[in-house]
Ligand binder design. Structure first.
Ligand SMILES: NCc1[nH]cc(CCC(=O)O)c1CC(=O)O
Length: 312
């Protein structure tokens, strides 16, 4: 393959400029180099500040949630300035711009959320009125479901910034994805790993994906070496569930799909923003049509059928 021979045709990998996103882009460049036998210097990592980063001080639900961290990267893919973009799959809007596709998924990291608390308390041990910082409507709703007596406040910024704010006493506890902590080498910060039944993760949590131009066969072929089929199927199933339910983008949704041989098992949850009325759904189906299964589960949740009664 005539790749990376000169500076001019280096493969440009776009990413958010956060430390986590940069670590993920480096991981992708390293794997591509290793799997394709290419020199490291044939990749150029291009960090971009996204709208979501610029709106750092405002709570996310106010500024519209999806696509905030990806739009700038997508524009540059379409203009040809970038060859591929590396994203946390959970930050990618369920509908992509025409001409782009998710061309590979890396093997999924830990899918779970963790609680990080200053005094080492677990979620059920936090004193009444303790302040929990999160700007995720899903995490806020799940905290309210388990601990309606806690005070949830907006809390944003890069992972390291949030941990510093926690240390400085701005909040008593916060919630983060274990995957991000692992990738940053900060897993020691976790106080309690929350189990996915009590605290369902975001659809696509823990998965890194590559987005690129559909018509660019060279890039589609290049990145195919990185694709993990089980992760791709599970995430496509979860994203279809989210897309089916997410008319308003305001409904807290959790979802986790797991592949077992030729089948996928999907468990999903939707819940009111105040933590009331959790609605759970579970479906099992063939791996041949992951998105159809996710959509079916979404339709069931919308219709209120096939729901599991509480507690499960
Ligand atoms: N929205 C920020 C974001 N996007 C992906 C991750 C974690 C990494 C992952 O889920 O793969 C995080 C931080 C967090 O939620 O703790």
């Amino acid at each position: 393959m005539e790749l990376g021979r000169t500076a001019r045709n280096r493969i440009k990998i776009g990413t958010r400029a956060s430390p986590l996103a940069l670590a993920q882009a480096k991981e992708v460049a390293g794997r591509l180099a290793a799997y394709r036998g290419l020199p490291d210097d044939c990749f150029e990592i291009v960090p971009l500040t996204t709208r979501g980063d610029r709106l750092d001080e405002r709570p996310l639900p106010e500024v519209g949630v999806k696509g905030l961290f990806t739009i700038e990267l997508e524009e540059r893919l379409l203009s040809g300035d970038l060859d591929l973009a590396v994203h946390s799959a959970k930050d990618v809007a369920t509908t992509l711009p025409d001409g782009l596709h998710l061309s590979a998924f890396l093997p999924r990291e830990d899918v779970r959320d963790v609680l990080i608390s200053r005094s080492g308390y677990r979620l059920w041990e936090l004193p009444p009125g303790a302040v929990v910082g999160t700007s995720s409507i899903r995490r806020a709703a799940l905290v309210a479901m388990h601990r309606p007596d806690l005070d949830v406040v907006p809390f944003r910024g890069f992972v390291g910034t949030r941990l510093k704010k926690l240390e400085n006493g701005v909040v008593d506890a916060t919630l983060l994805a274990m995957a991000g902590l692992n990738r940053l080498g900060m897993s020691d910060a976790a106080t309690e790993i929350l189990n996915p039944h009590d605290f369902p993760p975001s659809p696509a949590q823990g998965a890194i994906c590559i987005e690129s131009v559909v018509a660019n066969d060279r890039i589609t072929d290049l990145v195919s070496a990185l694709n993990d089929a089980g992760t791709a199927d599970a995430v496509r199933c979860e994203r279809a569930f989210l897309q089916t339910l997410n008319g308003s983008c305001r409904t807290p949704i959790g979802a986790l799909a797991v592949c077992h041989g030729s089948e996928i098992l999907l468990r999903g949850l939707s819940i009111d923003a105040d933590g009331r009325n959790p609605r759970r759904v579970a479906v099992r189906g063939a791996r041949t049509a992951p998105a159809a299964l996710g959509e079916e589960a979404g339709q069931m949740a919308l219709a209120g059928v096939g729901m599991e009664s509480e507690p499960v």
